[in-house]
Design a protein around this ligand. Structure first.
Ligand SMILES: [Zn+2]
Length: 359
């Protein structure tokens, strides 16, 4: 008679964890997928399953330790020879769950897979929001109206006839170590225990109907058009038993009449007159923050195209840790139309004001 500890290569003092580890190792080594048409490997595979089935069960293990495996020749236990590979997996599939990584390479048809709940997800909704640069600068909370498909409250349910409301089904199998009960998710109701009895007339065939809802959204400062905000669970709801989709928000930046944006930096064209550029002047501009004003000294002899940079007065980055710059572009305004008096002045003083660079 084989010794179960020998089969698994363990001592009598080994822990349950040792048994699991050893069995898993052997099961991978002798798995029929890895050893096609190899009778010896198949025998080893079955032997290991038999040893594992006894030693992993406290009760059976202590009996085995006391009386040896002769006890297992009674009618409650079958020899591993009568067991096929599929049985082994359906009965001990639980050991091949996620904590035993490395077994995924085998496509094992265990009931374990069916236990994972099938989830239906509602579809995503997309909306576009127009934002001013002021709003982008500060960040903004908005309440927006969204038309979502929502599960109708008038849906009536009944208990799933397949699982009697339990959501799962017990399978009892006779194996060489006795009766083994496995539980699988009910396919009929996807494990929910109830099914739809009737859907109200105004809802669609999935029990959904369109409803307008106010959704609060927090738009972070510094957002750009290439960032898509996602609000989890605020898309369309799923048919009964599923998770809602997400609400995706796209940003559209409204053109500002004074500021131009390039990433975090802001650009501002400041127009000065010809005498201002020659004599120098003081100017004040308002930033995107309502009450903030910046003073600008225009030195005498300022050329058109001069740039004045205000560090950190641009837009915040999306993470809020840094700010861009405000770049003020000085431009000398040349009037396109002048009145008669002005024309006379320029003609009269042409020689005196006709400044040109010396080359
Ligand atoms: Zn069911």
């Amino acid at each position: 008679m084989k010794d179960y500890y020998d089969i698994l290569g363990l001592s009598k003092k080994c822990s349950l964890n040792d048994i699991k580890k050893a069995y898993r190792k052997l099961a991978i080594k002798y798995h029929p997928d890895k050893n096609p048409n190899n009778k010896i490997a198949e025998e080893k595979f079955k032997e290991a399953a038999e040893a594992y089935s006894v030693l992993s069960d406290n009760n059976k293990r202590s009996k085995y330790d006391k009386f040896g495996n002769t006890n297992y020749n009674s009618k409650n236990y079958y020899s591993s020879n009568n067991m096929n590979v599929e049985d082994i997996f359906s009965n001990f599939g639980d050991i091949f769950n996620d904590e035993f990584e490395g077994f995924t390479e085998f496509n094992i048809n265990t009931n374990n897979k069916k236990k994972k709940k099938k989830k239906f997800k509602g579809s995503n909704l997309r909306i576009k929001i127009n934002l001013t640069l002021e709003e982008i600068n500060k960040g903004i909370k908005k309440k927006i109206k969204v038309k979502r498909m929502k599960l109708s409250k008038g849906i009536k349910f009944k208990i799933c006839p397949n699982c009697k409301g339990k959501g799962n089904i017990n399978n009892i199998t006779n194996t060489f170590i006795g009766r083994i009960q496995t539980t699988i998710q009910c396919d009929y109701c996807n494990g929910l225990g109830k099914i739809i009895k009737s859907i109200p007339k105004n809802a669609n065939y999935e029990g959904l109907l369109e409803k307008e809802e106010l959704v609060n959204i927090n738009i972070p400062s510094g957002i750009t058009e290439d960032i898509q905000l996602k609000i989890y669970g605020k898309g369309n709801e799923a048919p009964f038993g599923g998770n809602p989709g997400d609400l995706l928000i796209l940003i559209k930046e409204i053109k500002h009449n004074l500021f131009k944006r390039k990433g975090k930096n802001l650009y501002y064209n400041l127009y000065i007159s010809i005498p201002e550029s020659i004599l120098g002047t003081k100017k004040t501009i308002k930033t995107l923050n309502k009450y903030e004003k910046l003073k600008i000294n225009i030195n005498k002899g300022t050329q058109s195209g001069k740039k004045i940079i205000f560090k950190g007065k641009g837009l915040p980055s999306i993470n809020g840790y840094e700010y861009g710059n405000l770049i003020v572009n000085i431009k000398i305004w040349i009037p396109k139309k002048i009145n008669y008096e002005q024309k006379k002045f320029f003609k009269k003083n042409k020689k005196d004001i006709n400044f040109l660079p010396l080359r």
